[in-house]
Design a protein around this ligand. Structure first.
Ligand SMILES: [Ca+2]
Length: 186
């Protein structure tokens, strides 16, 4: 009982510390910030809010969690601020040994080696194939369960590039939410 309590308290403390660090990063921005829900971080000068989930999940569970929160898995189209996303994930997953890649909202129903044309974002925005790592997508299925193919999109922080991977593998993930009535908070 004591151990459970202690663990919960520690997680809350870590979370609180991370929230402070994220707030400190945001405070450095002079740009207007959207009013995001608690636990979500605004992208400066936009109507977008982001939330990194450290709980490792399959792509489909991650997608469902983001939807349940009124958002969707991150779409990394050509308007996405890559460095902002990288910084936010690094801060949020500090100390997490698998924190160097996250699920994002890209998927394909026709996984094939070197085929970048059948990928889509879950929010329906245009998928421009601009961030594939060298040799990806390769549909290697190296770490897949039997018969599963690499049809979900993983963003790898070390090289800031994409990898196609098996949807059933568990990774942290990042959700995005658009604030429809954008009144800047500051
Ligand atoms: Ca791959």
């Amino acid at each position: 009982m004591f151990n459970i309590y202690w663990t919960l308290e520690s997680e809350a403390q870590v979370r609180s510390q991370l929230d402070k660090e994220v707030a400190a990063v945001m405070a450095q921005s002079d740009s207007p910030l959207a009013c995001c829900s608690d636990g979500w971080t605004p992208l400066p000068n936009s109507n977008k809010c982001f939330k990194v989930e450290s709980k490792k999940s399959s792509w489909f569970d991650a997608n469902q969690t983001c939807t349940d929160h009124g958002g969707y898995l991150l779409s990394m189209n050509n308007q996405t601020d890559i460095q902002f996303v990288v910084s936010l994930v690094q801060i949020s997953l500090q100390g997490n040994d698998s924190g160097y890649s996250v699920w994002v909202g890209g998927r394909t129903n026709e996984p094939r080696k070197s085929d970048t044309t059948h990928w889509f974002w879950t929010d329906g925005s245009d998928f421009e194939a601009h961030l594939w790592a060298k040799g990806e997508p390769n549909n290697s299925q190296e770490y897949c369960h039997a018969k599963e193919q690499e049809s979900c999109l993983q963003f790898v922080l070390n090289n800031k590039k994409w990898n196609d991977n098996c949807c059933s593998l568990n990774f942290p993930f990042i959700c995005e939410q658009i604030v429809s009535d954008w009144t800047p908070c500051k």
